[in-house]
Design a protein around this ligand. Structure first.
Ligand code: ANZ
Ligand code: ZN
Length: 819
């Protein structure tokens, strides 16, 4: 079947592209072409490329190659996200340095990318573990520090007992470490944070700029993660202790507060507990420390708590209500304490019923009494039992109670965010050292810019890197002990490294000028290329990575380093490649190896299969698709393209009209489908075009007809975005010089004259017999068609003297005359 040597063709064109510089972006500001910047989420070098990479990069490459064909100045770079724990774990196992494993894997992946035929501009290549990259992480950290956006604080943090490092909230999934799956515990530690909370409102507001370009799904996930709510801070007096503020989104229910709850693990609980209750609290806290936030907030979970032996005073009616400690209130949200309104909040009601606390309805919603049903009534209604609020709607009551509280100095309206500051410190080795020196006299002193980068010591390997709960860097005494840059006295380097999400928050900017030494990026180049026109990557990055990129962009804007506030105009989140209905995994044994698929079917067939399997956002089940069928189609297409016998440059207008119409309709549709990212449907159209051209060759005007060449060339160009190798080869066989690449040939343009709908043949029957055929417009109206049919001489002859009883019209195909 195979009419060409797949491997030889792949090798030949990889070399040709490199020689010709086919995919080099032009940095010349005078280049008249419009620019397009395509960024694929860069890979982590954990081994060779896997099927997931096969999918993302196939998609990104269609978009980039399409833009090359459209004549844009395209920047399509590649780099590696090459810091992180797996390298360190591999190094411990092999008694090596993490760099050895990392850079070997990068080389493997780079070779696989070349073979996979991705249209990269290789001159932009970067690795985040290179000192001349991470130097700029440190530079940026220093700028953030100067602006008060990087700071250290103590507090309870998520700790992975297996990896022996802290984790950001975002890295804890259902109470477990996102990487290793161990149960995460809470620990009290002093850590570095980025103050992303200062940008919470802007992260919401600027979504307006990217709506339409990003899916609603991702924007909703970000919105929920930021979690803005409006409500009030209300101050209660705790008897014998002093004022304590709570945050509530329902200040209208203040008269319905029947008890007060403090987060069991908040310092406040310890401070206010009575002597009699202290032992009970301590025991309870030990239990709570074992739970994740998700467990704690679950409405399913049985309510637990301890009475603290004190009372709080409701500021509006002077009522004394008992103060409890419980796990369903979180220490680090709002003020870590709540007023409980069991009638209108389900968790409060569950708690009240568990401990026999009173339930007081203050909003008449028409629903049954929560006392009787056990179901809280959070809905709309009118206020009752609420003094000055009685009779008001929920909304009016909120406004009124806030103004009452503000007048009395007992509270105020406020906005709250669920978003927490970004916990940055990691107690591991293979990451960017935090460029801070701790001096006993001067405190936290940033390493001066001209002494950056602070590089990782290269003599730590194997067991030196084993997790100990403090960074392995702490053991490198020569490295740790330095002179204070300010006073010259003996001081120590910070031994933590940065979360690797710092590395990936700005790499796309570095792609514009990867060798730049005057800063993290050349501002002129960023102005030329950014914001990126298309970003492509998995939905799993919807909240962390994509939120951090947006945050960094805004900070850099505030530093006057860039002139835009959103980094990616369009975002495409591709689905996963799964097998037999499940994510591929070692334990299930359902893994599919990308390299082996390529060895067996060739790059083109594998890429085509990735794209043809369904819309790019959906998962592809490899068990449901057929690279062998893709291979067969490609062979058919190749035969059509190489059967052409006319010469390049023939006048297409002289060709067969039917085939020309088909070709131009296909061009028109495929163009729109590619722009709308409906790649699978576009490929289906190309299959139809292949069949139409085949028919024209075998049983139509023949292989020499100019329309056949037109169809074959259009097919080659459009198919080349998905199957670059076979189409390059066909293009050469079609007689285009050896020093050209199809990748830079203009995308075909549909001729509007050939898109006009042809006529349709309408059959006219009299007494069930076909009497005439009419050529009519496809959109002809029924009454007009009826008139035309009755006016036909052949039809009139068939009717003769008989009376017409009924005319059944099925426009535009059939008219049936009953006499
Ligand atoms: C009284 C009340 C009555 C509440 C009512 C709700 C309904 P969002 O919308 O997510 O911001 N809350 C406040 N701080 C909390 C904490 N640290 N841990 C757990 N829950 C806390 O949630 C705000 C609501 O969640 C607040 O409004 C408070 O309960 C609770 F009918 O106050 B509410
Ligand atoms: Zn000093």
């Amino acid at each position: 079947e195979q009419q060409y040597d797949v491997r030889a063709v792949q090798d030949k064109w990889q070399d040709r592209w490199a020689e010709l510089g086919t995919f080099a972006a032009s940095d010349d500001p005078a280049d008249p072409r419009e620019r397009r910047f395509v960024v694929d989420m860069f890979p982590y070098p954990s081994g060779d490329l896997h099927m997931g990479h096969g999918e993302v990069f196939a998609i990104g490459d269609v978009i980039a190659r399409y833009w090359f064909h459209k004549g844009y100045n395209v920047l399509h770079p590649i780099g590696w996200d090459s810091f992180g724990l797996p390298a360190e774990n591999a190094a411990i196992k092999r008694n090596a340095h993490p760099a050895e494993w990392t850079y070997a894997n990068i080389e493997t992946q780079a070779n696989s990318f070349r073979r996979y035929g991705i249209s990269f501009d290789w001159s932009r290549r970067l690795h985040t573990s290179d000192p001349d990259y991470y130097r700029w992480n440190q530079w940026m950290f220093t700028r953030f520090f100067e602006r008060g956006l990087a700071y250290r604080k103590g507090g309870l943090v998520n700790w992975c007992p297996n990896d022996q490092t802290v984790l950001a909230n975002e890295q804890v999934v259902a109470g477990r470490c996102e990487r290793c799956g161990a149960d995460v515990v809470r620990r009290e530690l002093t850590q570095w944070y980025f103050k992303i909370t200062d940008y919470a409102q802007r992260l919401l507001d600027d979504m307006k700029q990217i709506e339409g370009g990003w899916s609603d799904r991702v924007l909703t996930m970000q919105r929920n993660w930021i979690g803005r709510s409006e409500g009030a801070d209300v101050t209660f007096e705790i008897e014998g202790h002093g004022p304590v503020t709570v945050y509530t989104t329902r200040p209208d229910t203040l008269y319905g507060a029947t008890f007060f709850v403090v987060a069991a693990d908040a310092p406040l609980a310890e401070q206010i507990v009575s002597d009699e209750q202290r032992a009970a609290l301590d025991a309870y806290r030990a239990e709570v420390a074992k739970l994740s936030d998700i467990d704690r907030l679950s409405t399913e979970k049985e309510k637990t708590g301890v009475f603290l032996g004190v009372h709080a005073v409701n500021p509006v009616n002077g009522e004394r209500i008992p103060v409890w400690a419980a796990d369903y209130v979180l220490a680090d949200y709002g003020h870590g304490a709540i007023m409980a309104v069991p009638a209108h909040d389900q968790r409060d009601l569950d708690f009240a019923r568990a401990f026999g606390l009173p339930v007081k309805v203050v909003l008449e919603t028409g629903a049954e009494d929560p006392n009787a049903t056990g179901t809280a009534t959070p809905g709309e209604g009118r206020l009752v039992n609420s003094g000055p609020l009685d009779g008001l709607t929920k909304a009016d009551a909120i406004t009124k109670i806030i103004s009452i509280l503000e007048d009395k100095g007992l509270g105020h309206g406020t906005v709250n965010f669920r978003l927490r500051d970004w916990l940055l410190s990691r107690q591991r080795f293979w990451g960017t050292p935090i460029p801070i020196i701790h001096c006993p006299d001067c405190g936290e002193v940033p390493v001066p810019d001209d002494q950056l980068p602070v590089t990782l010591p290269d003599d730590l390997r194997g067991a030196d890197l084993a997790p100990k709960g403090i960074s392995p860097l702490a053991a490198a005494t020569d490295w740790v002990n330095v002179d204070c840059p300010k006073c010259g006295g003996a001081a120590k380097r910070d031994t933590d490294t940065m979360d690797t999400f710092v590395d990936s928050s700005w790499y796309f900017l570095r792609y514009t000028s990867p060798g730049y030494t005057g800063g993290p990026f050349d501002p002129a180049k960023v102005k030329q290329w950014m914001p990126a026109d298309q970003y492509i990557g998995g939905i799993e990055h919807a909240v962390m990575h994509l939120l951090y990129c947006r945050f960094f962009t805004k900070v850099l804007y505030d530093m006057d380093m860039i002139d835009f506030t959103e980094p990616f105009t369009r975002l495409l989140n591709q689905g996963q490649v799964i097998n037999q209905g499940k994510a591929m995994s070692k334990s299930l044994g359902n893994g599919v190896d990308l390299g082996k698929q390529i060895d067996e079917f060739g790059v083109d067939a594998v890429r085509l299969t990735m794209l043809f399997g369904g819309p790019p956002e959906d998962d592809i089940d490899w068990a449901d698709v057929s690279p062998a069928a893709s291979q067969k189609f490609l062979a058919r297409a190749y035969r059509v393209m190489t059967d052409v016998t006319s010469e390049p440059g023939v006048d297409f207008a002289a060709g067969d009209t039917d085939l020309r119409r088909f070709t131009h309709r296909t061009v028109d549709e495929v163009t729109r489908l590619v722009e709308g990212h409906r790649f699978n449907v576009a490929i289906a159209r190309l299959m139809e075009l292949t069949s139409a051209a085949r028919k024209a060759i075998d049983s139509g005007p023949g292989a020499g007809d100019p329309a056949v060449r037109e169809a074959a060339e259009a097919l080659a160009i459009m198919l080349s975005v998905a199957a670059p190798y076979i189409t390059e080869e066909a293009w050469e066989k079609l007689g285009h010089g050896a020093d050209t690449s199809i990748a830079r040939v203009s995308w075909p343009v549909a001729d509007p004259a050939l898109l006009v709908q042809e006529s349709v043949t309408c059959v006219v029957q009299v007494k069930g017999k076909v009497r005439d055929r009419l050529e009519v417009a496809p959109d002809i109206a029924e009454d007009e068609l009826e008139k035309l049919a009755l006016a036909s001489a052949k039809v009139q002859a068939a009717i003769g003297d008989a009376a017409v009883r009924k005319v059944i019209v099925r426009a535009p195909k059939i008219v049936n005359i009953v006499v």
